[in-house]
Design a protein around this ligand. Structure first.
Ligand SMILES: *Cc1c(COP(=O)(O)O)cnc(C)c1O
Length: 230
């Protein structure tokens, strides 16, 4: 086992604990989602050996290549989809992932609900909110979020447990974390997925229950592979 991943994980966990305690929160109220996209199964295995159990992937196909064997070997692995999902991949996503963090439109909510009923498997769902209202970014605009959450839960009977956001790169993320928390509070949703390598300590101070950290654990990704589309 390389020491690098184990050491990086320990450092990230320490930063989470420090930020949680400073915010008068329990450290175990924050789940670390280790984002392993573009990194091989060997890197994931190292993280598992260091005690990490929750992983995030942004592409269905890449996750299908890496995770079934790892899941078979470690029954307690938890896999999160953190990238955009095409409706025609809803079936594969429901079969593989334990949490789908990127529900961002009604047709997807409907397709996921249908596949869950068929498969008898019910991954928790998060609604992605486009807190920066960026036209090129996925997610429900903040002012439509409450109505969308309500429809996803009641009309489609989707197991919605929370919200996720990816703040604009050039803005103070804290404003977006605060906005996401405000919407979740209004909707009565307990889960807040926010914060990445550059800002997860701030996200924890603003109430994140899940932080999605890739680079700070596994190192830099090849530039071309960063933005995956399903
Ligand atoms: C890649 C990715 C991350 C992790 O980003 P890092 O900056 O490497 O920590 C988090 N969230 C989403 C949605 C991602 O696509």
């Amino acid at each position: 086992m390389t020491r690098a991943i184990a050491e990086a994980l320990a450092e990230v966990r320490h930063t989470i604990t420090t930020a949680a305690l400073a915010a008068h929160r329990r450290a175990d109220a924050v789940r670390l989602v280790a984002v392993s996209k573009t990194h091989g199964a060997d890197a994931v295995a190292e993280a598992i050996a260091a005690g990490q159990r929750v992983f995030g992937e942004n592409r269905v196909q890449e996750a299908q290549e890496k995770f079934p064997a790892l899941k078979a070997a470690h029954a307690d692995l938890e896999l999160h989809l953190i990238g955009p999902l095409q409706t025609n991949k809803a079936k594969q996503a429901v079969a593989l992932f334990d949490v789908i963090q990127t529900v961002d439109r009604e047709s997807l909510a409907e397709a996921l609900a249908k596949e869950m009923a068929k498969a008898g498997r019910h991954p928790a769902c998060l609604i992605q909110v486009n807190t920066g209202e960026e036209p090129q970014k996925a997610g429900i605009p903040p002012r439509e979020a409450l109505a969308f959450i309500e429809r996803a839960r009641t009309l489609h009977n989707l197991p919605v447990s929370g919200l996720m956001c990816i703040p604009p790169v050039d803005e103070e993320p804290a404003l977006h974390f605060a906005l996401l928390r405000e919407i979740a509070t209004k909707a009565g949703l307990p889960v807040l997925s926010m914060g990445m390598s550059g800002d997860y300590a701030s996200a924890v101070r603003f109430g994140a229950t899940h932080v999605r950290v890739g680079t700070a654990i596994f190192g830099a990704r090849p530039a071309a592979a960063v933005e995956g589309q399903n």
